[in-house]
Design a protein around this ligand. Structure first.
Ligand code: SDX
Length: 429
């Protein structure tokens, strides 16, 4: 793909580096041979200017605030598609025909139950364990049960593991929730759609009939779609790096869940709602805006800012509309947390600090408000992000495994430690 080159001069030596062309987005400087030619590393902590792979799955334009899954804009998919159809699109690259969708839906539906013995895993956790801790443990332990889909060299086993993970993550997330509140696990119901099934597994109890509100199920499904994939973010890069060693898919997804948990990443939805609650009322917003701008104060506006988006996160726009719809539907449109969020957004977007640093609300800014209104505790916000992102992690993992260039990821470093020195016996120290 190199139709032009860049010249790099180090001392008296000049090196030519191929420039690779994308279908969309920035060109890339191919430095794969640089260390061998020039005996130098490139240096990019946090990978702010580094492309780790080539991919055909998701495209983000941070300046325009655009997000495409396989070329389809997220706004259109959120409005017209549904999560399982988006799963098919992310996994196989094209929107399914009606027949393909029926087959895919049936395959997912038939894998939603977990091995009955896995129920025992939950009982090893304290009831007050964070559901993300439970999910990391139980998803990783799937490799102890599903041995027939851990051989990554077998395309069929990769496919079975993919279906199992997409199908079972909602069941495991719901079980983590039920365990944390001391209620019995609820089995999946095959006649329910994906989002309705998740809501039923979370909120129904054996003691009475539970009817899923179709409007809430639609909102839940839209939240799943908005979180499904996002290029080479921290947790996806974690899954790719774990997968590059040949680790089984369940271990790789457990690694992705662990990384997503951090408050700078998927944990921001929980941190954001807790921040909004801490602010409490609109009149206290200026105090927190000042703290967010104070270099000496570690406080940051959770749900604001993004490594890539230097414009509105398109997902935040859809989420904001959905928040209005859901809270209106639930008769809590005057929800004080939503009022604080909207006023905080308005004030921040007029403040020079946020404008100059191009800090906009991200996907995590409004999602927590919707989830709280739907009845989820803040501890379930990131597990919901994790179950939504599982398809993106899998699609990226499958793409990497199938890539003929695939090799184990192994970055180098700028060593600034001690020079070689001899051991000093304890008696001489
Ligand atoms: C997700 O990568 C993805 O795609 C992730 C994700 C996905 O779908 O996978 O989109 C999901 O993780 C969304 C982000 C959720 N995180 C948060 O909402 C936490 C709050 N945001 C920040 O921690 C921060 O904005 C990050 C982590 C999201 C991005 O950090 P960067 O790219 O490393 O940017 P930075 O920390 O270098 O910030 C640049 C400047 C700094 O000021 P200066 O040092 O230049 O003076 O902006 C400031 C920061 O101090 N800044 C903030 C801020 N975010 C950045 N100041 C106040 N509040 C904030 N939220």
């Amino acid at each position: 793909m190199a139709d032009k080159t860049a010249k790099l001069r180090i001392d008296e030596q000049e090196y030519e580096l191929p420039i690779l062309s994308p279908t969309h987005g920035p060109e890339v400087l191919d430095i794969r041979k640089l260390y061998g030619q020039a005996d130098v590393f490139t240096y990019d902590p946090g990978f702010t200017s580094t492309a780790s792979c080539d991919s055909t799955i998701t495209y983000i334009d941070g300046d325009k605030g655009e997000l495409w899954y396989r070329g389809y804009p997220i706004e259109q998919l959120a409005a017209k598609s549904n999560y399982l159809e988006v799963c098919f699109l992310l996994l196989y690259g094209e929107l399914p025909t009606a027949e393909q969708m029926t087959d895919f839906q049936n395959r997912i539906t038939r894998h939603t139950m977990v091995h009955e013995q896995m129920h025992n895993f939950f009982r090893g956790f304290r009831r007050d364990a964070h559901p993300m801790a439970t999910m990391v443990g139980v998803v990783g332990a799937m490799s102890a049960f599903y041995h027939d889909s851990t051989d990554i060299s077998d395309p069929w086993q990769r496919e079975v593991a993919s279906i199992r993970l997409i199908a079972k993550l909602p069941t495991i997330a719901a079980m983590a929730y039920k365990y944390s509140i001391g209620q019995p696990f609820v089995y999946p119901q095959n006649e329910l759609d994906y989002a309705s099934n998740f809501l039923n597994m979370c909120f129904s109890v054996p003691a009475e009939k539970y009817n899923v509100d179709p409007a809430l199920a639609r909102a839940m499904d839209r939240i799943f779609t908005l979180h499904a994939d996002h290029e080479q973010n921290a947790s996806t890069s974690t899954v790719r790096l774990a997968g590059s060693s040949g680790a089984n898919p369940f271990a790789c997804i457990a690694a992705g869940i662990a990384c997503l948990w951090g408050p700078a990443h998927g944990g921001a939805n929980q941190a954001c709602l807790e921040m909004l609650r801490q602010i409490g009322t609109v009149d206290r917003i200026p105090e927190y805006i000042a703290r967010a701008k104070d270099k000496d104060d570690p406080f940051r506006l959770m749900g604001f800012g993004h490594r890539v988006y230097k414009n509105f996160d398109p997902r935040a726009k859809v989420m904001k509309e959905s928040a209005d719809e859901v809270l209106d539907l639930l008769g809590v449109a005057d929800n004080p947390t939503l009022q604080v969020a909207k006023e905080l957004e308005r004030i921040a977007l007029e403040d020079e600090y946020f404008v100059s640093k191009k800090l906009y609300p991200n996907v995590d800014f409004y999602s927590g408000i919707i989830l709280e209104a739907m009845g989820f505790p803040t501890s379930m916000f990131t597990p919901i992000f994790a179950l939504s992102r599982t398809v993106g992690w899998i699609a990226q993992w499958k793409e990497m495994i199938a890539d003929p260039q695939n090799k184990i990821g192994r970055p180098r470093q700028l060593y600034v430690g001690s020079g070689k020195r001899d051991y000093i016996d304890l008696s001489a120290r």
